[in-house]
Design a protein around this ligand. Structure first.
Ligand code: MG
Length: 257
């Protein structure tokens, strides 16, 4: 099931997206599906008539994972970490599908990273690897936009990966998905620049959720980014980047100065 968040002319609402590509509709839900379950209302809209926004705003945190694809670690001149390399991103970094992203004034070197994002569905701590399925609400597509110069100059990645708009997500959350072997691509101004598969992750989704939950209590709506495949590069004002994951959809954003 595809869970989107959208606006018409009122406050954002959640909805279930269904239908064939190009002819989808979105049926409104009662309240917040993370707390109230998935209860559909009689109200439905053509997807083309609504504006999708970020499908979730994490209540507490986005947890990022660095160097989780071997070829990407190599292209950046890094070794693959022996345990997951975690970093935190504030929820003010979240942006929605089709939302324009302002390149940060402090950087001359901003790059894209197409990533699978895990959305946590329930409060949990110390989750065993074999029970991770029980705590996942679903999956969405993310772009872990990174200021490479700040990443090099700062020993912490808070600024490089946490500035406003640095984590666009969407277009919706897919709740029925096996994340183990999905094609993940990045397209810059129409040219494919990243072409990977989630089966190349160094640490699996289950490994990452279990590992993160040893350090942090995970709350409903928290997001875990899972790293990017090889092919990263830089963005300029006017660029359009599409991150696509098989079984979920395509996240599109434009960048501006
Ligand atoms: Mg990343």
């Amino acid at each position: 099931m595809r869970i989107a968040r959208f606006v018409t002319d009122t406050e954002p609402a959640y909805g279930v997206v269904s239908g064939e590509p190009g002819e989808e509709s979105v049926t409104e839900l009662v309240g917040d599906p993370l707390y109230q379950g998935i209860q559909q209302t009689p109200t439905s809209h053509a997807l083309a008539d609504v504006r999708l926004v970020a499908p979730i705003i994490p209540r507490s945190k986005v947890i990022g994972v660095g160097r989780n694809y071997r070829d990407h670690a190599r292209e950046m001149g890094n070794e693959v970490p022996v345990s997951p390399l975690l970093f935190l991103v504030p929820n003010t970094a979240i942006a929605g599908p089709n939302e324009p992203i302002t390149l940060p004034s402090f950087s001359d070197e901003v790059g894209y990273e197409a990533e699978l994002a895990v959305v946590i569905g329930r409060i949990c701590k110390d989750v065993p690897v074999e029970r991770v399925d029980e705590v996942i609400f679903g999956y969405t597509v993310a772009n872990d936009v990174t200021a490479r110069d700040a990443q090099r100059s700062d020993s912490q990645w808070a600024r490089a990966k946490g500035f406003d708009g640095s984590t666009p997500i969407g277009p919706w959350i897919e709740t029925d998905l096996d994340p183990e072997s999905l094609t993940i691509t990045g397209t810059l101004n129409g040219e494919t620049v990243q072409d990977g598969t989630t089966s190349d992750m160094v640490f699996s989704v289950a490994d990452l959720v279990a590992y993160a939950s040893q350090a942090f209590t995970l709350l409903p709506g928290d997001i875990i980014l899972t790293g990017t495949p090889a092919g990263v590069g830089l963005l300029s004002a006017g660029d359009r980047f599409e991150a696509e994951i098989e079984g979920i959809g395509t996240l599109v954003n434009h960048f501006r100065s």
